[in-house]
Write a protein that binds this ligand. Structure first.
Ligand code: HEM
Length: 528
């Protein structure tokens, strides 16, 4: 878990010679040929042109020219580490997922924490949602729990995701602002999309400026399914609770830290792990059945809602410990490819329309970013269980799966024959009942955008409410277009009159009429 102390990096017994020998291996080309001289290109004569035949020089420049890959379209700035998850008790009554098979069962993990809006080189302490993505290398394939540190989301349907992200990214005609929510375009979008109200309250709260990745909660956000060996399903929500407790900084601290050390969060995680102070999170689940879900006055398929913990307590089922920093940031943290569709047998999706869209998106985006259909073979992405299939070839293929037949059915035998389907031992989809005509109208159960937002605001202490008000005032104060500000404050009247009044006061504007708030854009079905 430790890295060499800095003084050990001054090698060669203090001699600064630059030729191979002692603990310095021979410098080679990428193809292994020893390089004679790494300081002078091959030239004709004393002051003549560089020669094409200097292949070592050409290879060095060629590789450098191609070093960059596209940064993630969202969550570009992140940092990660390796760890292990230990299950506290068997959950076999609920799920056949091997990661929860028995008390003491250990599964290796890799976690990447991130900001969402900022570019790769942006600062760590932006007011933003944080990604909390965990890859569990289970015995039956990778399980990617690709969550955030806030339990709800801005939108209900994945079709709005590009719009949401475009509103928060730099504006196309000027290339700023980046990595912050102080945007005309973001508040324009949010004020026109009342379904984002609950999430913006969390975003304006102290949760959005965490003290450390080690002191953040994490949430799977969506309602997922647990499925047991008998094929019985329950709903499940996933929670990560930091053992160090949850801590945030205040805005003035965040601003100073960003100026003094834009790498504050990544440095903090690296320093803690290399010092042997391993951060830990308890994994909690909220489990409930369909009948219980039907009794809620909101829809469990709506990612803008939480399942209140007083109704369904969080049950702690395991502990994750991050105990090893990466050897190489690019190879591991940049090339790790999380995908919500990676679920092992025993864990399944629900019809949450945001989750369904994500299940399409991540495969696409990883191909674009990593450039080869074989990105699953990169060490950080490769399952730690046997892999056998009939997919073949493609750019950067490293698999040497033996055998003659790359199709099924085939009549070969032995190692020529290849793998066969697992049947009931495979990932059996939960037999969800689906009925009704195809349609785009959103269900009435997705309609209430304010009750949980109000409950969240009222659940905060006076000091925390003050921080939320101050955050709205600061962020909306950066909005140059008064009508956007007014529409947003009018929208807050639907949450809590005192919140709206305090924000209007802070902005030095009259309280806008409630009628200035935007009505939901989307058509919902009439109430039953
Ligand atoms: C990346 C979470 C919604 C598309 C990520 C990452 C996280 C995350 C944590 C970073 C993964 C990493 O560290 O490598 C979430 C959560 C969502 C959500 C919690 C809502 C509940 C969506 C939706 C879409 C989407 C609706 C598209 C329909 C993407 C894409 C990336 C990404 C394209 C970049 C992936 C990459 O290049 O590696 N998301 N996301 N996300 N997400 Fe989401």
């Amino acid at each position: 878990a430790t890295k060499d102390a800095p003084q050990d990096h001054i090698g060669n017994g203090g001699e600064l010679h630059q030729v191979a020998g002692g603990d310095s291996p021979v410098l080679t080309t990428a193809h292994g040929a020893p390089v004679q001289d790494d300081n002078n290109s091959l030239r004709a004569g004393d002051r003549g042109p560089t020669l094409l035949e200097d292949h070592a020089f050409r290879e060095k420049i060629f590789h450098f020219d191609h070093e960059r890959i596209p940064e993630r379209v969202v969550h570009a700035r992140g940092y990660g580490a390796h760890g292990v998850f230990e299950c506290h008790e068997s959950l076999s009554d609920l799920t056949r997922a091997s990661v929860f098979a028995e008390a003491g069962k250990q599964t290796e993990t890799f976690v990447r924490f991130s900001t969402v809006a900022g570019n790769l080189g942006s600062f760590d302490l932006a007011r933003d949602v944080r990604g909390f993505a965990t890859k569990f290398y289970t015995d039956e394939g990778n399980w990617d729990l690709v969550g955030n540190n806030i339990p709800v989301f801005f939108i209900q349907d994945a079709v709005k995701f590009p719009d949401l992200v475009h509103s928060v990214k730099e504006e196309p005609d000027r290339g700023f602002p980046q990595a912050q929510s102080a945007h005309d375009t973001f508040w324009d979008f949010a004020s026109l999309m009342p379904e984002s109200t609950h999430m913006t309250l969390w975003q304006m709260s102290d949760r959005a400026i965490p003290r450390s990745f080690r002191m953040m909660e994490g949430f799977g956000v969506h309602t997922f399914r647990f499925v047991n060996a008998a094929g019985e399903g329950t709903f499940v929500k996933f929670h990560w609770k930091p053992v160090l407790g949850m801590q945030s900084v205040v805005w003035n601290e965040a601003v100073k830290i960003n100026g003094a050390d834009p790498d504050f969060h990544r440095r903090d995680l690296f320093d803690a792990i290399t010092a042997g102070d391993f951060p830990q999170w308890e994994l909690g689940v909220q489990v409930f059945d369909d009948a219980f879900a039907d009794a809620f006055d909101f829809d469990v398929l709506d990612a803008t809602k939480i399942v209140p913990e007083e109704l369904v307590p969080v049950r702690t089922v395991g502990t994750m410990t991050l105990n090893r920093v990466v050897d190489n940031v690019f190879a591991e943290i940049e090339q790790v490819a999380f995908m919500t569709q990676n679920v092992p047998p025993g864990i399944d999706f629900t019809n949450d329309p945001l989750l369904q869209g994500r299940n399409f998106s991540y495969l696409d985006t990883q191909l674009k970013r990593l450039g080869s259909t074989n990105f699953s073979q990169l060490p950080v992405n490769a399952p730690r269980c046997p892999v056998a299939h009939f997919q073949r070839d493609g750019h950067m293929q490293t698999s040497t799966q033996p055998g003659r037949a790359a199709y099924e059915p085939n009549s070969f035998t032995g190692s020529d024959r290849g793998p066969r389907e697992a049947g009931p031992d495979g990932h059996v989809p939960f037999p969800e009942q689906v009925e009704g005509p195809t349609r785009r109208i959103r269900a009435a159960s997705f309609r209430d955008h304010y009750s949980q937002a109000r409950q969240f605001f009222l659940s905060q202490t006076d000091v925390e409410q003050g921080h939320i008000v101050a955050a709205y005032v600061f962020e909306l104060g950066k909005c140059e277009i008064p009508a956007i500000r007014a529409r947003m404050v009018a929208n807050l009247r639907n949450v809590d009159e005192s919140l709206a009044a305090r924000v209007a006061d802070g902005l030095g504007m009259p309280l806008p009429a409630a009628s200035e708030a935007a009505a939901p854009l989307v058509e919902t079905e009439p109430s039953p």
